[in-house]
Ligand binder design. Structure first.
Ligand code: BG6
Length: 482
């Protein structure tokens, strides 16, 4: 059966930066079904040829030395363009005509990728429905919905309702590119393909879990979007809660989409929602000082660019184990890491007090260099019984050759194959919003006060005091693996 990928909002940034380079790489690796066609659809007017030319240039720029002109030229003739506005039903007729032409009227597997302004998702779905383009009578029809999926629980529910009016749940692929990262998927392998971690992966051995997504980047030219979103909606609701679920969930009964997503939803439901009166003690919000001067930021904006939140998970495995989640822009470096901090030995045989010793830690570095580090004490040679914290390291780049694939490659291929394991289900996104909403509501009402921080550090200074008051320390380390 032929395959067609239709990208709505095709003239936007994501198409040139991520989607087309990912499709190109899949094509180059011979993983894209050979009969795949790609159709761009946006308001800007392009001929097929001008569109191919435009994408060829942007793909060459983004892939640099990995770009191979001959490979591109074998893909380019399969790329088409259909000008149109997702708000306008008539434009779907011309799109349908183009699709019928390139699919030769034969059954085809179609992917509709919604990559435009989120307020247009509902209109796009409704118009696809009205044009009879969502029904699966002539082959599978799947729709990919980019983030943000709503801005709170109410809007996410509404969007689910709008999508479900046209598409069944099995047709909807809510994308979170963090799930396409190799290291994020490796979390499942680390936990569920090895027997050594499971016995200690619980409240008896783990003292706390820390998940940090630090970005050196500032908001840059994205303030138009970011100033209304902020760090909770932009990073925490999706990417960071996804990391939390994969770290905390129980073993799925099978490695299948719904089995995995059932376990993820169970964890999200077990996350204790913050009561309004606890937001001030369990969460911190900050803004980097230069944010106010970024182009497009509203005067006096209180949008948070840094968040640190303590979550508790009310189930048997994690009762009493805090999960500290933080993310910020304009931090000292770009690194995303999970730290499993184990309990200290009950008694220190080698002198000194247990509380003065560091804990064992398992550091899972999601990016930039992907790998795992286990930190433990070792005897310093020829120095009596002096101990030092040392580590065992695993780096993907040392053990495996070839560049790490971009997250979108894996995710696009999964959509083409109809595998929703790495996509969020409707109840998953809604439950995630129900965790974030009370925090956002407190912040919107001005509680706790917004803390300013200098770029190039680890967020507001108060964040260090906040975690220390709870007897813990942040793992403030720029990538530990290179
Ligand atoms: C996006 C956010 O979803 O993820 C951005 O909108 C953020 O603000 C980005 O910079 C981070 O992704 P990555 O893959 O660079 O960690």
């Amino acid at each position: 059966m032929a395959h067609t990928i239709v990208i709505f909002g095709a003239s936007g940034d994501l198409t040139g930066r991520k989607l087309i380079p990912a499709i190109y790489s899949l094509h180059q690796k011979k993983r894209l079904p050979p009969d795949t066609r790609i159709v761009g659809c946006a308001r800007t007017s392009f001929t097929h040829e001008a569109w191919r030319q435009h994408l060829g240039e942007s793909t060459a720029t983004f892939l640099g030395s990995q770009f191979d002109k001959a490979a591109w030229e074998s893909l380019a003739p399969r790329i088409f363009y259909s000008p149109g506005n997702v708000d306008n039903q008539a434009d779907f007729q011309s799109l349908a005509a183009l699709l019928a032409e390139i699919e030769c009227g034969q059954p085809a597997e179609r992917v509709y990728y919604l990559s435009m302004a989120p307020q247009l998702y509902a209109a796009a779905a409704a118009n696809l429905g009205a044009a009879q383009m969502a029904a699966e009578t002539n082959g599978p029809r799947r729709v990919v919905v980019e983030k943000p999926f709503g801005t709170d629980l109410a809007s996410a529910r509404q969007l689910n309702t709008d999508l479900h009016a046209v598409f069944a749940e099995h047709q909807i692929f809510r994308i979170d590119h963090y799930l396409g990262k190799e290291t994020v998927q490796n979390l499942l392998v680390l936990r569920f393909a090895n027997a050594i971690f499971e016995p200690i992966w619980n409240r008896n051995y783990v003292e706390h879990v820390e998940i940090t997504a630090a970005e050196e980047l500032t908001v840059g030219h994205r303030a138009g979007y970011y100033d209304t979103a902020g760090v909770l909606r932009d990073m925490l609701q999706g990417h960071l809660l996804q990391l939390l679920t994969l770290t905390a969930m129980e073993t799925p009964v099978r490695f299948e989409a719904d089995c995995i997503r059932d376990e993820k939803v169970k964890i999200l439901r077990a996350v204790r929602p913050l009561k309004p009166e606890n937001v001030a003690t369990d969460a911190i919000r900050g803004q980097y000082r230069a944010y106010a001067n970024e182009p497009g930021v509203r005067p006096g904006s209180q949008t948070a660019t840094f968040a640190a939140v303590k979550f508790n998970i009310d189930n048997w495995r994690w009762q009493g184990v805090p999960f500290y989640i933080r993310s910020g822009k304009a931090m000292s470096c770009a690194t995303t890491q999970l730290v499993i901090q184990f309990r200290k030995p009950p008694f220190m045989l080698f002198g000194g007090k247990t509380e003065d010793r560091e804990s064992n830690q398992l550091v899972i570095q999601i990016q930039p260099a992907e790998g795992v580090q286990l930190r433990f004490y070792t005897k310093v040679p020829d120095a009596g019984m002096k101990l030092r914290m040392t580590d065992l390291e695993f780096r993907f780049r040392q053990q495996f050759t070839g560049p790490m694939p971009e997250a979108y490659e894996r995710l696009l291929l999964d959509v083409i194959n109809g595998d929703a394991s790495l996509f969020a289900r409707s109840d998953e996104v809604e439950t995630a919003w129900s965790i974030v909403d009370p925090i956002q509501a407190a912040w919107d009402s001005g509680q706790p006060p917004l803390l300013l921080y200098d770029a190039g550090g680890w967020g507001p200074e108060e964040s260090t005091a906040w975690i220390e008051k709870q007897g813990q320390h942040w793992f403030d380390a720029c990538p530990v693996l290179h």
